[in-house]
Design a protein around this ligand. Sequence first.
Ligand code: C2E
Ligand code: CA
Ligand code: CA
Ligand code: CA
Length: 279
Amino acid sequence: AKQVARGDFRFFKPEANERAHRWLALEGRLRRALEQETLHLVFQPLVDARTLRPTGFETLLRWTLEEHGPVSPGEFIPMAEETGLIIPMGEWVLRKACQQAARWRAQTGHCYRMAVNVSPIQITGSDFVATVRTSLRRTGLPAECLELEITERMLLGGQRRVLQSLQALRDLGVGLSLDDFGTGYSALSYLRQMPFSVLKIDRSFVQGAAAGPRGEQLLCSIIGMAQGLGLRVVAEGVETEAQVALLQREGCDLLQGYHFARPMAAEAVTRLLQGPERP
Ligand code: C2E
Ligand code: CA
Ligand code: CA
Ligand code: CA
């Protein structure tokens, strides 16, 4: 078998005449992976900036091909979005994440917030509010323990249906995070229109703070603005002690990144939550 490194984009961008064929083959494999449940989830802690203890986890989807190894979600999620597979796949992720959160809640008596990534296509292409309600009811997870992350990179501005769905989700008690803040074009108008409760600052701004005073000022301004709007602020991609110190000083609420933990298997989180250093 051909050796293809993880994240190698050539894998998905072969010669033009092969591309459609390969795409279809991969789509079929992704569909079967979903049916056979060979996709799996990992969880990355979000820590309280003051105590540095986990208060929640972000659910991240993983797909591994036998002969190629892991395929990056940055590659297969867009494919799932283009083919519509994201709808059943997203429902599967949501159900599994709620099940897992309910299990941790039963084990610890504590409501860790479970964050789940949602593609705007799920919101426009299905009765997403009903899907969320069903997942919560079937798993017994309180709505307050669930947070949905919606990336600002995808177009959802001004769509009445999206706005109505998001409002219905907030009415259920589910949290809504604006993901990858700063990387899209219309973030500020989203903040005016949409009922977000959390703002996740993209890691490029966290890492840009080290590049000079302007980078640092920009990061601080984003935190100040979010707090002025009454949003909780999460910094993504925190990798260094210096970033932790800056974010703590600026009053950022939650921190996420390799400095604290990589995304982990559910069993590893369970051990973390039950260990002597139990949060
Ligand atoms: P995202 O939502 O921004 O997720 C955070 C990504 O940053 C994850 O990449 C995570 O592993 C990575 N990350 C976390 N901490 C650090 C750090 O300190 N440094 C660096 N350099 N990276 C860090 P991952 O798992 O490869 O996911 C990529 C994207 O794929 C996600 O970006 C999200 O947009 C999408 N994705 C993943 N799972 C799902 C899913 O279940 N549904 C949907 N719709 N999208 C998903
Ligand atoms: Ca996310
Ligand atoms: Ca993000
Ligand atoms: Ca990102």
